[in-house]
Design a protein around this ligand. Structure first.
Ligand code: ATP
Length: 211
């Protein structure tokens, strides 16, 4: 089973890294692919270039063999400058892994907007979706489309290559890239929110110094 963790990673931080590692262990995944987004459709453009966001990812996951970087969204953007839709990313992963269960991980904040994603229903044709939740997260509000796909337990995900929805509690680290960019712009210290090697890179390249 392969995990997919998409994001702008502007910059990558311990909220991303801890959740990726935790779900890898909980679901017994062979790997979790961190997929940096080239041209996010639902938000403003990243503050720094794709190349730099990628270099920060590389520094962050050094010595973490279960975490991989997958640059297909960046490559796709180089070929044709279209929005980076997750449905296209999953379709291309599915071509590469025709039968393997694919688990798309999204935060509960992202889940609340899922029905606004391009061709969101098709996501389930290519992958399972796992929503990473906070303690106390309620699922009663789900509409019938989601309820019909709810997995009874996580073992069900291994039995099909796609199509299930599941909620998994993960350790909550209240860290966001936005807050990190603000801290740096205010000339404060972002230490312990993201890896030192990434902080060093940000300093060297004078990133995020202005808003
Ligand atoms: P920004 O503040 O710029 O919006 P972000 O910190 O939310 O960035 P993204 O790269 O946009 O990071 O997020 C990628 C994915 O990681 C999303 O699914 C998001 O829900 C999840 N995520 C972000 N922060 C955390 C966190 N602290 N813990 C767990 N998951 C997170």
């Amino acid at each position: 089973m392969i995990g997919i963790f998409g994001g702008t990673f502007d910059p990558i931080h311990y909220g991303h890294l801890r959740s990726a590692l935790e779900v890898k262990d909980i679901f017994g995944l062979d790997e979790v692919r961190l997929i940096p987004c080239a041209n996010p459709p639902h938000r403003e453009q990243p503050a720094v270039s794709s190349e730099m966001r990628l270099q920060m990812l590389e520094l962050a996951i050094k010595n973490q063999p279960g975490l991989k970087i997958d640059i297909r969204e960046l490559n796709r953007y180089d070929q044709h400058q279209a929005p980076s839709y997750m449905v296209d990313t999953l379709a291309s992963l599915r071509q590469e892994f025709p039968t393997e269960p694919l688990l798309l991980f999204i935060g509960s904040d992202a889940f609340t907007h899922l029905t606004g994603w391009h061709q969101w229903q098709q996501l389930f044709e290519y992958a399972h979706i796992v929503v990473m939740t906070r303690p106390g997260f309620e699922t009663q509000q789900l509409d019938t489309f989601f309820k019909a796909r709810l997995a009874k337990d996580i073992n069900q995900l291994a039995q099909a290559s796609a199509g299930k929805l599941c909620f998994q509690q993960v350790t909550q680290l209240d860290i966001s890239a936005t807050a990190i960019r603000d801290i740096i712009a205010r000339k404060q210290n972002p230490g312990f929110l993201l890896p030192d090697a990434v902080i060093e890179y940000i300093k060297q390249h004078q990133l995020y110094e202005t808003r």
